[in-house]
Ligand binder design. Structure first.
Ligand code: UGA
Length: 428
């Protein structure tokens, strides 16, 4: 089937390459010429495990900025453009409508439009109305909602082996078309109304965000009562209803999804006159959690002025070079604001960090270089390269071994036995 995909971000590009892998003819459209030129050479515009290999070997996928031709020839078009956050927390649909307009201006035959971007509940209905109004009379359009559940770092696997494929459609015929496209993945389908499909996406992300904020809240209490969050979650996890996942306490969630999607659903609930108080709590706990560790450190250092501080791990999680909403940024801003001399290390995020901090911080090629002569070390991302540092190295390399670990990368006893002043999350 001839498929066009609008947007070459994580969702668009990964969906495109995975659909090409199962034999569809895919054309990915993006207005950013620089991105398109890179993609034509098989170079992904962001770091994602396995993506470059697939791009280099697959011949069913094309990249273009010529959206007119791409949309004209497509049998089905996926919209996977960004939906950034407005200042009030609502989702900004400018790009979705821009693409919808370009599609209707160029369509020459009947077409199914699949909304893959995370869009507020009710958007598929509105986009369909908008497109039907704009398109030539003789062309039939049907909009489907098909939210995405991939995580950065495991995006290819999450797509090829999706836990479920949600199809929100107004007709069985339209749903069948998408089922046919995805059939080779051999994953479970869930067919719903478009509105329910849109809600499934938000409810899933917000539930996971809530789980993280809940466990961070409990972790903070653990510190006050002398319990250990690792032991607590282990004990909880034997109950199948609770499970083991998304219960890692830390310095809060970041990324392009949870922060935006919690705010967006909370905004929607208030707009409809029913405030989602649980989601508001998840947002509030997360905001406080992001700087909790530095607040702890401030009890030891009344000011960071002139102090060399090492920051290990900058991306919002391991497996990605993405710094969007990463807790590390909030903390580095505070440190710089106080006059700290900051040296940073991240195994893949350095180029993106340079775009933010330029010469305001020093960039180390290895964690060991970053630790040299430092008085405080903050760990913000649990990369393997960071977890593998021997506890004795902190003691050996740092001027004074004060380690504030925001991802509980180490066993407390190992660090304390090595003579380190070790602080982590939710542990006595
Ligand atoms: C998330 C969802 O997990 C995906 O299912 C969804 O498709 C995606 O958003 C999206 O809407 O596009 P992602 O943002 O890539 O995926 O990353 P996650 O692995 O969910 O992690 C998000 C944040 O939560 C990270 O900062 C991570 O460090 C934090 N986290 C995660 C914790 O603090 N504790 C945990 O136990 C798990």
């Amino acid at each position: 089937m001839k498929i066009a995909i609008a947007g070459t971000g994580y969702v668009g590009l990964v969906t495109g390459i995975c659909l090409a892998e199962i034999g569809h003819e895919v054309v990915c459209v993006d207005k950013n010429q620089k991105k398109i030129e890179l993609l034509k050479l098989g170079i992904p515009p962001f770091y994602e495990n396995g993506l470059e290999g697939l791009l280099k070997k697959n011949h069913n996928i094309l990249f273009t900025s010529d959206f007119k031709t791409a949309y004209k020839e497509a049998e089905i078009i996926f919209i996977a453009v960004e939906t950034p956050e407005n200042v009030d927390g609502s989702a900004n649909l400018t790009y979705v409508y821009e693409v919808s307009n370009e599609i209707t201006e160029n369509l020459q035959s009947d077409c199914s439009i699949v909304l893959k971007s995370t869009v507020p509940v009710g958007t598929s209905d509105e986009v369909e109305r908008f497109m039907k109004k704009n398109v030539s009379n003789n062309i039939n359009i049907e909009v489907l909602s098909n939210p995405e559940f991939l995580s950065q770092g495991t995006a290819i696997r999450d797509t090829m082996e999706a836990s479920r494929i949600i199809i929100g459609a107004n007709s069985q015929e339209a749903a069948n078309l998408l089922k046919q496209i995805y059939a080779p993945f051999n994953r479970p389908f869930v067919i719903t109304s478009r509105t329910s499909a849109e809600m499934i996406k938000y409810a899933s992300n917000d539930f996971l965000a809530l789980k993280i904020s809940f466990i961070n809240d409990i972790a903070n209490l653990c510190e006050l009562v002398g319990a250990d969050i690792g032991e607590v979650t282990h004990g909880m996890s034997f109950d199948d209803r609770i499970g083991t996942k998304f219960l890692n306490a830390g310095i809060g969630y970041g990324g392009s999804c949870f922060p935006k999607d919690t705010k967006s659903l909370h905004w929607l609930s208030k707009d409809r006159g029913y405030e989602l108080r649980t989601v508001r709590a998840a947002i509030e706990v997360n905001e406080l959690q992001k700087t909790r560790l530095i607040q702890k450190a401030k009890k030891q250092f009344s000011s960071f002025n002139g102090i060399k501080v090492t920051v290990l791990g900058l991306t919002f999680k391991p497996g990605t070079d993405d710094l969007r909403e990463a807790p590390s940024i909030n903390n580095i801003d505070i440190l710089l604001g106080e006059g700290a001399i900051v040296e940073v290390y991240d195994p893949v995020g350095m180029d993106n960090v340079k775009k933010i901090y330029s010469n305001k911080v020093t960039y180390a090629k290895t964690p060991e270089i970053a630790l040299q002569d430092s008085e405080v070390c903050f760990i913000f991302t649990e990369w393997d390269q960071i977890k593998q540092i021997e506890p004795s190295q902190f003691k050996k390399l740092m001027k004074s071994p004060n380690v504030y670990d925001g991802r509980n990368c180490y066993r407390r006893s190992d660090m304390i036995d090595s003579g380190i002043n070790y602080n982590s999350i939710g542990r006595p």
